[in-house]
Design a protein around this ligand. Sequence first.
Ligand code: MRU
Length: 374
Amino acid sequence: MKVNGVNYRTIWPDKGDNKIIRIIDQRHLPHEFVVEDLKTVQDFETAIRDMHVRGAGLIGATAGFGMYIAALSAPAKRADEHIKESSEKILATRPTAGNLAWAVKRQLQTISAEHSLEAKIKASFSTACAIADEDVEFCRNIGLHGKTVIEEISRLKPDSVVNILTHCNAGWLAFVDYGSATAPIYAAHRAGIKIHVWVDETRPWLQGAKLTAWELKQEGIPHTLIPDNTGGHLMQNGLVDMVIVGTDRTTRTGNVANKIGTYLKAVAARDNRIPFYVALPSSTFDWNIGDNISDIPIEQRSSDEIKYVSGKTADGEIETVLIAPEETETANYAFDITPSRLITGLITERGVVAAGEDAILELYPEHKGKRSQP
Ligand code: MRU
């Protein structure tokens, strides 16, 4: 997608030296556009854990490149141990993220199929690039399928704007390009459908305020930033036509783990008979989990993310300030689970499908009947 008119992906190998992987360090947005170089496994761990990169698809793509760097930095005498240890370190960074486990597992399979270290490095680089390229293609197709859903809603209200509410950032910054929840929005906008996006600010990390609002502005899409608690009021007053969110892990039965607060939006949408869609590439499905939602680990993050906020002062300086009593206890659950019964449909790269095991497996028959151990 475009940043000041220039096309970017969120992660890419340096053109002249593929021992360096470059990312957009999202902690600085929207005030500064900073590109960071990742060179060691430790750099990758920090970038994922401390959210220099974040979002389902991008965490997966970063883990893919991290595993390549693990192979590249492996001492010849204990290459397999080094790669295994690195995979465990990368896996521990964001426990809810389904794409993280998916990408690490794929890389471990790739690497173990090769015998020489040189071949392991070469194959893991190709796989990392393939994971990133596939992510782009998945999201592009999610855009095409999701556009038809927006089109149908826009047909019901000719001459007026389709109001879409989204939570967190499931935009191109959360993937390698296009995004999941935003891909249909970009596709609809390009097709000339009149849309407007309500952007939940998404406390405490503020992905909506910092990232989604910035992304939509770059693409010239009309949007309005709202505090997280506003959605229910808008829905009751006929100001939301549909909700589209992303997901960090979706069970084979269609339950969706996504940014904390998603569940409350789904409940409000159901109460107001507003369609609630979840957009995801198949790499986000956890084919091993069914209806036992407690099988999805929910990440808990630092208390500082709740008690402190940072932003730009009138002098243009970035400052962090304390907003709660310093000793206050906090609970910072990063994700919640929206049960499949509240979801109108899943927008995937293969099409739009009901959030239920039979329908999902009809679309992904290769996963019928198999529940492998993670
Ligand atoms: O903690 P984050 O910013 O990585 O969480 C991101 C979200 O919850 C997104 O909504 C999600 O990844 C779904 S789409 C990428």
